[in-house]
Design a protein around this ligand. Structure first.
Ligand code: ATP
Ligand code: MG
Length: 439
């Protein structure tokens, strides 16, 4: 690797190193002092861990999380806690002795870990989640690159809302007001006329006031948009992208999956086509179960046609499923102003949501966009939006409008389902929610 010369623990795992002297840099992950020997678990800068055994008289007063350089002989030892090799230490050099009040012990409350996220990144769980996350980013990007989509970077400070005003973050913009982007979609739509199929992976911001296990105020949003696609094409693109990313990530992150105790055989069925259901079928099924929803005034009633699906109804629909589920044809009125109505079934839209199995719920949303100027102007008006803010967006329907569509997928949602973690805050390194903006 250019510029980085230090050996890592993964480098010395091969048989070539047995019996050789190596020097490793890292941090003291755990320390166990016995009369004769001291066992130092060393964590390197990629989070791998190896046991180093020193005669106790050679070890000064080091502490957990001290930064050190260790030299010693690589030995094979089946009893070694990590990977069957350990280091018979010969020399330990300290860069800095960590202060004794390191706030994280072995068992901590979730809140304490969140308050100390800058340090909790050193825990095994966060290290492995970060690695899986990095692989997902890599393979998502790789899929788009292999399939000839162009990566673009939309602006994150914007004037208009995409997903509705209630979740907009407002900011002072010189002498004006602006918002943090909820979605890149409208900008991606502008790009397809000269750049063809485009995609982006940026932060999106939503001032989500509800505290749920699947909402962040800032999340990593993968979005794509293409001209002359159909709803069917979009489902296929979405399905291929997820399958490819999960397959490759499983392959690359065997070790991380093992540490997190994730059984990758549960993803075998992803090779099969994803399940598909219309919104009508989904609602029909929920009605037959007498599925209850709560009105704004707190009253409960049976779900009915026209209700949006939420975290609870999606959980019910996917609880028993083992592969992702596409739901198509949502009522137009539960979707944002830009969705295209289905000409063959008015009041429903050419849209889909992809739901994660085992109750995980919405992973992505997408569909065809309204490409007709009067229809779109109408919808902007009906949604109570200011058409002045959407002037440029309407231009796209004036000058060479074409059928087009795309989708947006939250990476933390994908990761949450993949690693089987309930709380989405653990799927991002520094979570932002209504009650948390630090560290
Ligand atoms: P939900 O119904 O779960 O609130 P949404 O339908 O409002 O989500 P979309 O506008 O469809 O969300 O955004 C596209 C995708 O972005 C979603 O399918 C989801 O994967 C992700 N996403 C949306 N909002 C959030 C959030 N607050 N935190 C994390 N991911 C999100
Ligand atoms: Mg959605």
């Amino acid at each position: 690797m250019v510029g980085v010369k230090a050996l890592r623990i993964c480098d010395i795992a091969s048989a070539d190193y047995i019996g050789r002297e190596v020097t490793l840099r890292g941090w003291v992950y755990r320390l166990r002092k016995q009369k004769g020997n001291t066992f130092v678990l060393l964590r390197d800068d990629r989070g791998s861990i190896i046991q180093c055994v020193f005669p106790s008289y050679k070890i000064d007063d080091i502490t957990r999380e001290s930064s050190v350089q260790i030299s010693g002989i690589v030995k094979q030892d089946a009893r070694a806690p990590e990977g069957g090799i350990e280091i018979a230490g010969t020399n330990l050099q300290v860069f800095q002795v960590s202060e004794k009040d390191y706030p994280l012990g072995e068992y901590q409350s979730a809140e304490l870990l969140l308050d100390n996220r800058h340090l909790a990144l050193r825990t095994r769980k966060m290290i492995e989640i970060a690695k899986i996350r990095a692989s997902m980013f890599k393979f998502l990007r790789q899929w788009f690159s292999e399939n000839d989509w162009m990566e673009v970077t939309p602006p994150l400070v914007v004037k208009g809302s995409v997903e509705g005003g209630s979740t907009l973050f407002k900011l002072n913009y010189f002498d004006d007001v602006a918002f943090l982007s909820q979605s890149a979609q409208l900008y991606l739509e502008a790009m397809i006329f000269s750049l063809g199929p485009v995609w982006s992976l940026t932060s999106s911001f939503r001032a989500e006031r509800s505290r749920t296990v699947r909402h962040l105020a800032e999340f990593s949003h993968l979005e794509c948009e293409a001209p002359w696609v159909s709803l069917r094409d979009l489902l296929q693109i979405q399905e291929n992208l997820v399958r490819y990313t999960i397959d490759k990530t499983i392959n690359e992150r065997q070790e991380s999956l093992k540490v997190l105790k994730i059984d990758s055989s549960q993803f075998k069925e992803l090779a099969e086509p994803f399940r598909k259901m219309t919104y009508d079928q989904a609602i029909g099924g929920l009605i037959s179960l007498d599925f209850q929803v709560t009105e704004v005034d707190g009253k409960a009633r049976t779900i009915r046609w026209g209700d949006d699906l939420n975290i609870d109804s999606e959980r019910e629909l996917t609880r028993q499923m083992t592969t992702p589920l596409f739901i198509t044809g949502y009522p137009t009125k539960v979707k944002p102003f830009y969705v295209k109505e289905n000409p063959d079934q008015l009041e429903t839209s050419l849209t889909f949501d992809l739901l994660g199995p085992r109750g995980y719920g919405e992973l992505s949303s997408g569909g065809m966009r309204e490409d007709n100027l009067p229809a779109l102007s109408n919808r902007i008006r009906q949604a109570g939006l200011n058409s002045v803010d959407y002037g440029w967006y309407l231009d796209l329907r004036k000058y060479g409008s074409v059928e087009h569509g795309g989708f947006g997928m939250g990476i933390e949602r994908l990761l949450r389902w993949f690693i089987g973690i309930e709380d989405i805050k653990d799927c991002v390194l520094f979570p932002r929610t209504m009650s948390r903006i630090s560290p």
